[in-house]
Design a protein around this ligand. Structure first.
Ligand code: HEM
Length: 375
């Protein structure tokens, strides 16, 4: 049993993991901490982290810049392109054989959809997929030196997409990446380090999170024929689908926690926490808090929507929510449209990711061919 499992069993509102970090697990405590960003600072690292690792006015300035790329007006026109990418990917998958919903659907789709949005070339796909694999291995190993190496290799990929060499001219980037390179902040152009940090933030964690979200939703669909049948045949409208996807992610949240550091002594999780202490906001555990949701496994999309913390809350609430939700819904809709059914692959159980990562490492499924035209 690892420290995470031990603390879950202990039933205390906040416990320390093997690194000595406390995780807040009650819904009320996590919400209170996320809303009080003066006490629970996001400046947890000495590395530049835009806007995640910033507080106050500095955070607001960069957050404003980032948000402009993810407004509903900017996200809605991406649907057609995402649908094309999903349809092509799903069309290429074998029928009646084993497919891993995480690596074979989620990761590939996430990389292709994000690359299309960011204006990255097809050659970026292989290094990004390889990087996602290394990132997962590093997380599984828990070795800090591997984390550092993986972070550096990601920066090299990003830099190769936006410049020819350190400090030299830009290699004709397109789309959103080109727009970012032309951005200004405080009356000056964004520095390359800042562009790299923003792009790292939009891809490094989120590719893996989108892939994990697809894994969670597909795993549920495969084992819940009633839900699959309803989504397949009744075709809920986009808002309803989005709400139902959010509820599946609340029940099994792949984005498990966010880091904070206290700026003053504060009482939280039933304990006094000194200033300068590392605290994790445990989104996944708060999303299953019976005090907030009753039975955490009960599927109640409408009733639970307002308390759902999958995309966080407060000044750092996820600005990419609309984009992420669109990507997840589109790939699931295309998967259902191109198959007669999807089932758990016989004899191969899904493998859980490490508790800190959430979701699944792999979800083996079998796709049944649809018999209609285009099948
Ligand atoms: C796929 C599912 C995703 C989930 C579950 C998710 C979840 C979250 C959560 C919980 C936070 C809050 C972190 C905190 O309070 O410290 C967050 C922040 C953030 N997310 Fe997402 N996210 C997802 C996808 C995306 C995507 C696709 C993008 C952009 C391309 C994105 C961009 C960001 C950014 C920039 C922040 C930091 C905001 C800030 O510090 O002000 N996310 N996300």
């Amino acid at each position: 049993m690892n420290a995470g499992q031990a603390s879950r069993q202990a039933g205390c509102p906040a416990d320390r993991d093997e690194t000595g970090t406390r995780t807040l697990r009650r819904h009320a405590d996590v919400v209170a901490a996320a809303l009080d960003s003066r006490t629970f600072s996001s400046r947890v690292s000495r590395h530049l982290n835009i806007p995640n690792g910033m507080d106050g006015e500095q955070h607001a300035r960069y957050r404003g810049l980032v948000e402009r790329y993810m407004t509903p007006e900017r996200v809605a026109p991406l649907e057609g392109r995402f649908r094309q990418i999903a349809a092509r990917l799903i069309g290429s998958l074998p029928r009646d054989h084993r497919v891993d919903a995480v690596s074979g659907i989620g990761s590939l789709f996430a990389v292709r959809a994000q690359s299309a949005w960011l204006g990255w070339p097809a050659e970026a796909e292989a290094p990004l997929l390889e990087w996602m694999e290394q990132n997962r291995d590093a997380a599984r190993s828990g070795r800090l030196e591997l984390h550092a190496a993986v972070a550096e290799s990601f920066d090299r990929i990003i830099r190769s997409l936006i410049e020819d060499g350190p400090g030299t001219g830009v290699r004709s980037p397109r789309g959103v990446t080109a727009e970012l390179l032309a951005e200004r902040v405080e009356g000056r152009p964004l520095a390359i380090e800042e562009v790299v940090s923003i792009l790292r933030n939009w891809t490094a964690g989120d590719l893996g999170t989108i892939a994990a979200c697809v894994g969670v939703v597909v795993e549920r669909l495969a084992k819940d024929p009633e839900l699959q049948c309803r989504w397949r045949h009744d075709r809920p409208d986009p808002d309803e689908m989005n709400r139902e996807i959010d509820e599946l992610l609340r029940i099994d949240d792949p984005f498990t926690a966010s880091r904070r550091v206290t700026t003053r002594p504060v009482e939280t999780g039933g304990q006094m926490v000194p200033s300068g202490e590392r605290v994790h906001l445990g989104w996944a555990q708060a999303n299953r808090d019976p005090e907030a949701f009753g039975d955490p496994d009960a599927f109640r999309p409408l009733e639970n929507a307002a308390r759902n913390l999958v995309y966080g809350i407060g000044p750092h609430v996820c600005p990419g929510r609309g984009l992420a939700t669109l990507e997840i819904r589109v790939v699931v809709e295309e998967l259902l449209a191109a198959t007669a059914s999807l089932e758990p692959y016989p004899g191969r159980a899904p493998v859980r990711a490490r508790p800190q990562q959430g979701g699944f490492q792999s979800v083996p499924i079998r796709l049944r061919a649809s018999s209609g035209p285009g099948a």
